[in-house]
Design a protein around this ligand. Sequence first.
Ligand code: OOG
Ligand code: NI
Length: 465
Amino acid sequence: MTYPTNADFIVPDAIRDDFSDAMSRMYRTEVGAYGDLLRIVSEVNAGVLASDDADLLNLTPEEDIDRISLERHAAIRVGTAQELAMIARIFAVMGMHPVGYYDLSAAGVPVHSTAFRPKNRKALARNPFRIFTSLLRLELIEDADLRRTAAEILARRRIFTPDAIALTERAEAQGGLTGEEAVRFVAAILETFRWHERACVDLGTFRALNEAHRLIADVVSFKGPHINHLTPRTLDIDAAQAAMQAAGLPAKAVIEGPPRRRCPILLRQTSFKAMQEQVTFPGADGAARIGHHTARFGEIEQRGVALTPKGRALYDRLLGTVRSPCPSGETATYEERLATAFAAFPDNWRTLHAEGLAYFKFSLARAPDAPIPADRFDATALVDTGVLALSPVIYEDFLPVSAAGIFQSNLGDGPSVIYDAGPGRAAFEAALGMPLADEFTLYAGIESASIARCRARLASGQAAA
Ligand code: OOG
Ligand code: NI
């Protein structure tokens, strides 16, 4: 057979763009309130971009600003190592690679996770679509019989269509997909993430799984790993949360993550609670039974600057002081205590850069009077004289404490479990079949590439007045 040549292939970024759009359209028809959420977010974002607040955010035009209206993340939960490894191959066709490791067992959720996402600046600017992907840790089910039943059910199911597998293999063999193949690929993989109203276990098994953990029932009982939420990015989450409440959406009580700031850091998130949905359970006697499941919800997030390991350690320490039990007699609300604790976190871009707390992209803001030799290049001094401008490297990842809060608020009031799973990163990578990229290395790379570009241009005199 003759393979198409490189020139005939669609770039992975374009396939991801189509896929994220197709997912969003599918979810809008599946979950009506998600459409309301998109409307709220686009109104809030348009308001911020038209106001003076937009300048304060230092966003990069044609990069950060352009991507906002199509930006989102999704979350799925898979059941086996084989499913995870195949998902990784599928996502790679769209330029989405596993970055970071999240162990949620410590927070009472029997999964560990990674985020599949684009890694470089250009791909992120094109479409930063990410999928938070969790792998069920069956070994954390205590009851040996139930554990065996769950494993057998998972081993039997096929979550990918034959077309999805064949087109992924084709992309791997020929090094890409043609336009026509990409269209079929997106349609085929969309099937994996669709909601199934009909469960693949009987009601009794569903109840037993639910009893062990709501999340185990969510992963094991269905034909596939339905997306459980899609999350657009807002530039003002407090305004979006208020609009959500005004529209009658059942919003979560507190916003996860750092407090409101002039210079946003990391990620703030809130969601509307999962809906109760009717599910049909096949009966052993051939008679179907009707039951209910709550899994799917909508979420919004505000993204800020990516923090360095030093900045992240400060964030974790300050958040820890707020989340530890409140001293008796304390009357301040969670939001007030959060704001008080984070007063210790510098809140202007210049200081965040100078103290090495966050990552930035540098660009030439005005021509210097003369070329600047590379060995006299001092990025911070050049920012102060207005030759260079700083814009935040946007945080593309997730936060384990926030993720646990999001999981929990959508699992209802099941029994609360404490797992002692031990470190699982190596096991996760073995299941995945490849190593996980380190997010700090990626952010540092974006920053240093932008500095190198400025240094070279200033030294060459190209930029001089
Ligand atoms: C994933 C929860 C994590 C986030 O935004 O932190 C997440 C899940 O519920 O499967 O999406
Ligand atoms: Ni999420």
